[in-house]
Design a protein around this ligand. Structure first.
Ligand code: XIL
Length: 356
């Protein structure tokens, strides 16, 4: 198939930077190759006019950074707090944007009452999980078009221990997907996983374990529609392009969608001034994106944030630098100016294999 890069190389170059239209929003560049571009936002930032203006300009969709997690939705065993997620849903509805859901089964961001219940009365785990998923996913049926049903379920060797897996074992995954399918038959149901893109041994093991898990779930008829690649990239961990390519083609061969769900590029170990660091970040992302966007099963790319003004890595030890400076992991800087990472994304979309 003719790639967009090959097509564009024969096209007029005036007004284009490396194949991407200068000043073109990322969502438009993504749409050009049949993909969607979006980002995670927090309802706390909805009132920030300049930042939200940038989100509206660049993104075709969003994903709630914390509002879809148990810790936000479930203040108590008998209460649901939908207000923060509803705010994000109304925001997208008014503007015709898409919204993904994140996340129904994860070992983090669990309220204390739930952790206690799962360890003290594991026999109730299934009914607690079923009720949560049925209530939440049904409420947003037809609105949230894609859910990270299960998040980070794989550890270095097999399933990642955590309250759900300890209580229910691998059944937790099957229960969660089954309940989500019943509650919203049209939503795409995603198994979201981290740390699979580099040459590190732990990443190779997780790729292997993930393929085995997907095969097992598919053979049992568990309704998994796709795989989410979080893509919290780290400049100190080189991308294994050949292994990533092979992994993507195996997943695609199973008939599954592939989504990049949480892209950011951690420069905690990159020395130098911001200009140099931003270029290293962009080059690192480029090596990832070139492979990712050569695979037509990849439907969307969401960054975990959009501007360096708001990044979870500023509050997480993984993002802390020895020199005390803030990490610069996102496509726009803290003043919302475009960074080389945004250009890398635009170029990767321009050079992508077009989705049929
Ligand atoms: C992070 C949020 O960005 C933070 O605000 C929160 O404090 C912790 O969680 N992988 C995931 C996301 O799947 O849900 C995490 O989000 C980042 C890592």
């Amino acid at each position: 198939m003719l790639s967009r890069r090959a097509f564009l190389s024969g096209a007029l170059v005036i007004g284009r930077i490396g194949g991407a239209l200068a000043g073109e929003p990322l969502r438009t560049a993504a749409a050009g190759c049949g993909r969607m571009f979006g980002c995670a936002i927090s309802s706390r930032h909805l009132g920030e006019r300049d930042f939200i203006g940038l989100v509206l300009r660049e993104c075709g969709g969003i994903v709630p950074e914390g509002e879809g997690k148990w810790a936000s939705l479930r203040p108590g065993p008998d209460n649901f707090n939908f207000a923060p997620l509803d705010r994000l849903v109304s925001f997208t509805r008014e503007r015709g944007m898409a919204i993904r859901g994140h996340t129904l089964l994860w070992q983090d961001a669990l309220p204390n009452w739930l952790k206690r219940a799962l360890s003290e009365t594991p026999g109730q785990a299934e009914s607690i999980l079923l009720r949560h998923i049925d209530t939440v996913v049904r409420r947003y049926d037809g609105v949230i078009d894609s859910w990270d049903v299960v998040n980070e379920v794989l550890g270095p060797d097999g399933l990642q221990p955590g309250p759900w897996v300890d209580a229910l074992g691998i059944e937790a995954i099957a229960i969660a997907f089954g309940a989500a399918r019943t509650a919203s038959p049209s939503a795409r149901l995603i198994l979201n996983e981290t740390a699979i893109e580099s040459g590190l041994r732990a990443h190779a093991e997780r790729r292997h374990a993930l393929l085995a898990l997907l095969n097992r779930l598919k053979s049992r008829g568990v309704p998994v529609d796709g795989v989410g690649i979080q893509a919290h990239l780290r400049c100190s961990e080189p991308i294994d392009q050949a292994a990533l390519r092979g992994f993507l083609s195996e997943v695609a061969g199973m008939g599954l969608d592939i989504l990049v769900t949480e892209l950011d590029v951690n420069d905690a170990e990159v020395f130098g001034d911001p200009k140099r660091r931003d270029q290293v970040v962009a080059d690192h992302a480029q090596r990832f994106l070139d492979v990712i966007l050569d695979e037509t099963a990849v439907k969307s790319i969401h960054c975990w944030g959009l501007s360096d003004r708001h990044s979870w890595l500023h509050h997480h030890p993984a993002g802390w630098r020895a020199d005390g400076a803030r990490t610069r992991p996102l496509p726009f800087d803290a003043d919302l100016a475009v960074k080389p990472l945004a250009s890398a994304l635009a170029q990767a979309f321009a050079g992508a294999r077009v989705r049929p």
